[in-house]
Design a protein around this ligand. Structure first.
Ligand SMILES: [Zn+2]
Length: 439
């Protein structure tokens, strides 16, 4: 009795009709299992290339991918599809954050507590940060320096469904000359080659180097260029021969010009880049990941919260003015910009997250609202070289979709209302209909 009750319930769930007795004797043809279908119905789908949108749209998702997108009138929703109503919402591609450290430790009381953190503890903390990142609407990140290969492990765990988080591209450990702004020290072409190859072997799809000092350094000059030509050219060549791009932590124009000479692909921050550097970046198509949010007043609340020392806050404030001017100029000149925060993507900032605050600052610094949205979606996808599979709501792409309450191409601050997150066809967050979440 109990068994037949279970069968009936199962039949109701999967929508099968009771099979007549006669038919049961026939051999059942083998049917390949169809991946589950979800239809997002009734929302407006934003085309991040043009800024146009499809009103009353249907996005049909099968398994991990988008299989149909269009006006509701033109798309038939299969009976087997789970229908999720998106009325009054605007659907945009999952946000992408290109400067993230899941294991981030900064100077101050909170950072000091983490000094003796063991690998297991750090892995769990990184996994928690990955989960919060995804729930904040960020479906792809680039990790720009982590420790001891824990990022490679986390990426694999997320891929296997053992942890919840965004898609990850990672640079592994930060490679620097001895005394530099990072953890993996290497000197001379041979050591730098070995360091880069070791990270690539571990799973790095980027190489990150520091070619000048950082805001949080207590020694050295932020404007110095400590690497030799042979060191810099060799590590870039080794990465490129492996199909891996190179990004440089940099606050020095002299170091930037040196790296551009050897074809560096991207600069982080760009605190103090001069016009000559920006002109060369525009010419070569070099990317800038501004992380503007860390040096602007919205971040002070964060620095106080973590107990940063006074000298650090002063350095942030003085760097902030130059940083803002460089960003304005880069935008005006049409330099490639991809969004990155250098804070946790979900970190509270001015009543929203660091990721959304960063996009808002791009608009304030001169981008249109649409350009700011592009800097958070298709631009990073292009920079990573994965724009065929992520960055747009289009047929064939991974179903990485977030929803907001207004059109973000008219006002980027609409991203503050983000309340729905789908990654790879799985709904991880839906504040208005939590029963649709599958985990
Ligand atoms: Zn960083």
């Amino acid at each position: 009795m109990k068994r037949s009750h279970t069968m009936a319930t199962l039949a109701a769930i999967i929508g099968v009709v009771a099979t007549p007795i006669a038919a049961q004797s026939q051999p059942v043809p083998a049917q390949p299992a169809q991946p589950p279908m979800t239809a997002l119905v009734g929302g407006s789908v934003v085309d991040v290339d043009s800024g146009a949108s499809i009103r009353d749209a249907v996005v049909l998702v099968q398994g991990e991918r988008i299989v149909k997108v269009g006006p509701a009138a033109s798309i038939e929703v299969p009976a087997a599809a789970k229908v999720v109503r998106m009325d009054g919402k605007w659907l945009v591609p999952g946000l992408m954050n290109m400067h993230v450290h899941f294991g981030l430790k900064l100077p101050g009381a909170e950072g000091a507590e983490l000094i003796n953190e063991k690998d297991g503890e750090q892995s769990l903390r990184m996994a928690a940060n990955a989960r919060r990142t995804l729930l904040a609407g960020v479906t792809t990140v680039r990790l720009t320096a982590e420790d001891r290969g824990l990022d490679f492990m986390l990426k694999r765990a997320i891929g296997k469904g053992q942890a919840i988080g965004p898609r990850i591209e990672t640079a592994g450990e930060l490679i620097v000359p001895t005394g530099g702004h990072g953890s993996l020290e290497a000197d001379g072409p041979a050591e730098l080659s070995k360091a880069a190859r070791t990270q690539i072997k571990g799973g790095a799809s980027w190489i990150k180097i520091a070619i000048s000092g950082g805001i949080s350094d207590t020694h050295g000059d932020i404007s110095a260029a400590p690497m030799t030509d042979s060191e810099l050219s060799t590590i870039i060549e080794v990465a490129h021969r492996n199909g891996v791009k190179v990004t440089a932590h940099n606050g020095s124009s002299e170091a930037a010009l040196q790296a551009l000479k050897f074809g560096v692909d991207c600069f982080e921050h760009g605190y103090h880049l001069n016009d000559q550097v920006l002109t060369e970046m525009k010419k070569q198509g070099t990317w800038l990941v501004p992380t503007i949010v860390v040096s602007q007043p919205g971040a002070y609340e964060f620095y106080r919260k973590i107990g940063s020392p006074e000298w650090y806050l002063e350095r942030v404030a003085s760097t902030g003015k130059d940083h803002w001017a460089v960003l304005q100029k880069a935008i005006r000149m049409g330099v490639n910009v991809a969004l990155g925060t250098d804070q946790f993507p979900f970190e509270p900032n001015g009543g929203t997250t660091a990721t959304v605050a960063e996009a808002e600052l791009y608009q304030k610094a001169g981008m249109t609202h649409l350009q700011a949205l592009q800097a958070a979606t298709i631009k990073p996808a292009a920079m990573l070289g994965i724009d065929k599979t992520v960055g747009r709501i289009a047929v064939g792409q991974y179903a990485d979709i977030v929803a907001v309450a207004a059109d973000p191409t008219k006002d980027i601050s609409a991203l503050r209302t983000l309340d729905f997150v789908m990654k790879g066809g799985v709904i991880y967050r839906n504040d208005t209909a939590p029963e649709t979440i599958v985990q």
